[in-house]
Design a protein. Sequence first.
Length: 397
Amino acid sequence: MGSVRSHRYSIVSSEEDGMKLATITVPNGYGNGSVNKVHSQHQHQSRFVSKDGHCNVQFINVREKGQRYLADIFTTCVDIRWRWMLLIFFLSFLLSWLFFGFVFWVVALSYGDLENETQVCVSNVDSFTAAFLFSVETQTTIGYGYRYVTEECPIAVFMVVFQSIVGCIIDAFIIEMIVFSHYATVAMRDGKLCLMWRVGNLRKSHLVEAHVRAQLLKSHTTAEGEFIPLDQIDIDVGFDSGIDRIFLVSPITIVHEIDEESPFYDMSKEELEMSEFEIVVILEGMVEATAMTTQCRSSYVASEILWGHRFEPVLFEEKNYYKVDYSRFDNTYEVPSTPHCSARELAEKKSRTSSSRNAFCYENEVALEKCDSSFFFKSLTEILVLTKVQCVQKRQP
């Protein structure tokens, strides 16, 4: 497994001879047109995590940021200031109570409950105030007592059920803003052929005990002839060594080393282009502010795996913090030196090259030990004479 496992995940990229990351320049994000060098040297080193535990990371160029925050209302409320949180909390429940109170009042009005006291949809609801109180009692499960729904009107029963569901959604709605790269890549890393993909967290709140898993889904026919349409094969991302657990502050490249135990050990570039399979990637963790467990998933099919590519760096060091440029999150660049053969063939070629070098060195060492200097010079003279004779014979017609 070797050297790759100690560098399984990359945060600040140090890769590529062709890219020469030390000379890449990017806009500084403040609109003045100046540029900053990636991995520039400072007298005062920037801290990725401050002493009090806060992460000095700034996200820029996040696509559809407003829509993502609206889609993840729960965690958005966790991240904002407490005064805005209290205002949103108060207005969300108050508006829902007012809305459903108005609906129940319209139901009572349309069915004549305000004049008819014998057959009513909602008992003792004869004004908008009473309808509002009934709405509050329904959504908060306080208990009716004086006001309650009857079986006279199906619409009233449906609205009670619907309001209860809406109340649960307001209490527990959460969609994490975890993003996976659009493509996965295959390239060399630390001398090993590796499968890589990228994951990022757009939230200020972190995932506690975040860990990754991956599975290969493909059809399989057993030795007995049984056909399994979706056989699940585990893909190792460092479970045994514990490096599947990640600190997800900035985007991280997840790396699967294609070794003897990998299901891709015999897969070459040509075979990848003709294969049909799916890789399901999973990220699990607990929301920092609520301790609620969440799971995010994505997948890659064979056509979404780029052979001979690497991800562009997205983390750049500023004066006192790190900047994450999400406009580069899905970007890759080609690595022409990536071999097209499978990991097995690559290992065999390296083994043969190593064996040939060792054998050559050993044979020459033995010959020098057995032969004295006079024998060596005698043999060298004979070789030169023989070569000269052969050249003269070739010149003669």
